[in-house]
Design a protein around this ligand. Structure first.
Ligand SMILES: Nc1ncnc2c1ncn2[C@@H]1O[C@H](COP(=O)(O)OP(=O)(O)OP(=O)(O)O)[C@@H](O)[C@H]1O
Ligand SMILES: [Mg+2]
Length: 163
């Protein structure tokens, strides 16, 4: 991260499972942070399995334990915690993004201190439809709702839809 206007962003994605996405993310992020100590590196783990997060937090049993500890805190400092803020405010940034960062070296001393993580979260699975509903225009939701109830739309339906 070098400021919002001078920041390289890489997305590692593949529709096929088990091809090395999580492991590559872990390795590339750690190595880039090690070779560039003056830069800050942020990994945003958008996978509900949170395997990259687990690896960064120590791997194996230790990584899973760290992940479970983070997931069981009253305030969910994960990608899902941030998405909850965005579901409530989908069109205007709530300005809370930085409060969801985890400095990885606080959990895993083998990782450089310039590496930060937005921890993955299994709740992403259940949030997906809520994210879609939060950003779908009201008229589209009305059509879907009317199709569901199978009758004409009136103001009562609209009120129910918005509540
Ligand atoms: N370069 C590599 N050399 C050897 N083994 C690797 C390499 N990259 C990944 N693996 C191993 O392959 C397996 C799958 O890797 P990984 O979990 O990163 O895949 P993935 O694409 O993230 O899977 P998923 O779709 O389930 O999220 C893991 O056991 C990982 O340790
Ligand atoms: Mg993976």
């Amino acid at each position: 991260m070098e400021g919002s206007l001078n920041m390289a962003i890489y997305a590692i994605w593949n529709n096929k499972g088990g091809v090395g996405k999580s492991y590559l993310t872990f390795q590339v992020a750690c190595e880039y942070a090690r070779q560039n100590p003056s830069k800050k590196v942020l990994v945003v783990d958008m996978c509900p399995q949170a395997n990259s997060s687990s690896m960064l937090l120590g791997g194996m049993v230790n990584g899973e334990n760290q992940l479970n500890t983070i997931h069981s805190q009253p305030r969910r400092v994960t990608i899902s915690g941030y998405l909850e803020d965005r579901i409530a405010s989908p069109y205007q940034s709530p300005g809370t993004g930085s409060t969801y960062l985890t400095q990885v070296s606080n959990h895993n001393h083998s990782v450089p201190s310039n590496l930060f993580l937005v921890v993955g979260d299994e709740q992403l699975e259940t949030q997906a439809s809520r994210v879609a509903n939060a950003t779908r225009p009201r008229s589209a939701r009305c059509v879907a709702y009317c199709a569901f109830v199978g009758r004409r739309l009136d103001s009562g339906h609209l009120d129910a839809l918005e509540s």
